[in-house]
Design a protein around this ligand. Structure first.
Ligand code: PEP
Length: 247
């Protein structure tokens, strides 16, 4: 049985003082966690968090990566630059990047490839909007989003982490039920199995208002191998409770 992964997505939150308080609190309470743990922090705080987490059980991640290697792309951060900060993970294709920054399935696939190319594990986000769910298109949408990454990455697909994040559940307090999440995870698992003989080892995370109260039932589902946690990852005790539930 593979270890689960609990990854925090801090989004555009934090400050030097708040980050230090949060990470020191997590490190004081985490002990030997039953799962892998990571925090995906704003890029400007990578150096600070790298120093605070050095030698600890919490791994470091970023929230985005450039689809280019280097050059005239003002404001972007190259894969090799991220690698210099000891990153283990990078989130790609979060719905907020798809929605507010126009990231297409193709761009997300290139970003995943860039991450893999420099030894960073991409956490590839897929998920349907409420409108798409109500139109009965959930399966079609997540399969299309995942297919772009599978086709671009070929045999490397077993090295990615996939996060199913229904857009309507992100930051709304309205989590998918464990049954709804498992249903989509089973679809994604089948798609991965058809693409890779090693699909069983790919971690499928659920994200979308996972919290201290609902984590255990979501994480008990057979195809849910962890969580991508937004709001609750900013609260020390809540994040520790979720981590403890990831057995
Ligand atoms: C996210 O942003 O990836 C997320 C899951 O957010 P929240 O947990 O706040 O819904």
């Amino acid at each position: 049985m593979k270890k689960k992964l609990i990854a925090g997505n801090w989004k555009m939150n934090g400050s030097l003082a708040a980050n230090e308080l949060l990470l020191k609190g997590l490190l004081a309470g985490i002990g030997q966690p039953p799962c892998s743990v990571a925090v995906c922090v704003p890029a400007i705080y990578l150096a600070q968090c790298q120093a605070l987490l050095a030698g600890s059980v919490i791994e470091l991640g970023a929230q985005d990566i450039s689809s280019h290697e280097s050059g005239a792309y003002t404001g972007e951060i190259a894969p090799a630059m991220l690698k210099e900060f000891g990153l283990r993970y990078v989130i790609v294709g979060h719905s907020e990047r798809r929605q507010y920054h126009g990231e297409t399935d193709e761009v997300v696939a290139v970003k995943a490839q860039q991450a893999l190319g420099c030894g960073i594990t991409p956490i590839v986000c897929v998920g349907e909007t409420l409108k798409e769910r109500e139109a009965g298109k959930t399966e079609e949408v997540v399969k299309r989003q995942l297919a772009a990454v599978i086709h671009a990455n070929g045999h490397c697909i077993s090295e990615v982490v996939v996060a199913y994040e229904p857009v309507w559940a992100i930051g709304t307090g309205l989590s998918a039920t464990a049954e709804q999440a498992q249903q989509v995870h089973a679809v994604l698992r089948a798609q991965l199995k058809a693409a890779s003989p090693n699909a069983d080892r790919i971690k499928l995370l659920y994200g979308g208002s996972m919290n201290a109260a609902n984590a255990a039932s979501l994480l008990a589902q057979p195809d849910i191998n962890g969580g991508l946690i937004g709001g609750a990852s900013l609260k020390t005790q809540d994040f520790l409770t979720i981590i403890a539930a990831a057995v």
